[in-house]
Design a protein around this ligand. Structure first.
Ligand SMILES: Nc1nc2c(c(=O)[nH]1)N=C([C@H](O)[C@H](O)COP(=O)(O)OP(=O)(O)OP(=O)(O)O)CN2
Ligand SMILES: [Zn+2]
Length: 148
């Protein structure tokens, strides 16, 4: 390695949280919601044990040997994920989901936006959310023009 080059690494940490929700869109009729979401539109909701893996990317600091201190990442994830979401009814307890359907996609975006407010600029790389063992969403902060 040349003396001027810096090594880039990705660092990940996972947490699990439990929450309940109901898939229901205010833009659709009750019949359309039932047709679209099926059992996940059950009026009394259903629960999941979510697993979230957060990945940050950056230079390995030559002095500390770290991309960032995992102790700090742990605290940010506590504030951005566990405090707002663990043991909550996503649709009723989390204001964000009163207007946004609580799909795993939108849970990942919610977590991304919360973490962006706390982490050093440009370091957040990926948020991966397992809603079940089989169902997983990855969000990397990408946006596109609506409908494209
Ligand atoms: N695009 C999405 N589709 C669906 C989501 C979602 O978040 N994004 N969520 C659901 C339900 O909330 C739920 O996650 C689906 O539950 P289920 O079908 O029970 O999940 P599994 O496939 O893992 O369970 P199996 O036992 O294997 O059927 C629906 N769609
Ligand atoms: Zn669900």
């Amino acid at each position: 390695m040349s003396p001027r080059s810096a090594r880039l690494a990705r660092l990940s940490r996972s947490v699990t949280f439990s929450a309940c929700h109901r898939l229901h869109s205010k833009s659709l009729s009750d019949e359309e919601n039932l047709k679209l979401f099926g059992k996940c539109n059950n009026p009394n909701g259903h629960g999941h044990n979510y697993k979230v893996t957060v990945t940050v990317r950056g230079q390995i600091d030559p002095v500390s040997g770290m991309v960032m201190n995992l102790t700090d990442l742990k605290e940010y994830m506590q504030e951005a994920i566990m405090e707002p979401l663990d043991h909550k009814n996503l649709d009723k307890d989390v204001p964000y989901f009163t207007q946004v359907v609580s799909t795993t996609e939108n849970v990942a975006v919610f977590i991304w936006e919360n973490l962006q407010r706390l982490l050093p600029p440009g370091i957040l790389y990926k948020v991966k959310v397992h809603e079940t063992e089989q169902n997983v969403v990855v969000y990397k902060g990408e946006e596109t023009t609506a409908g494209k």
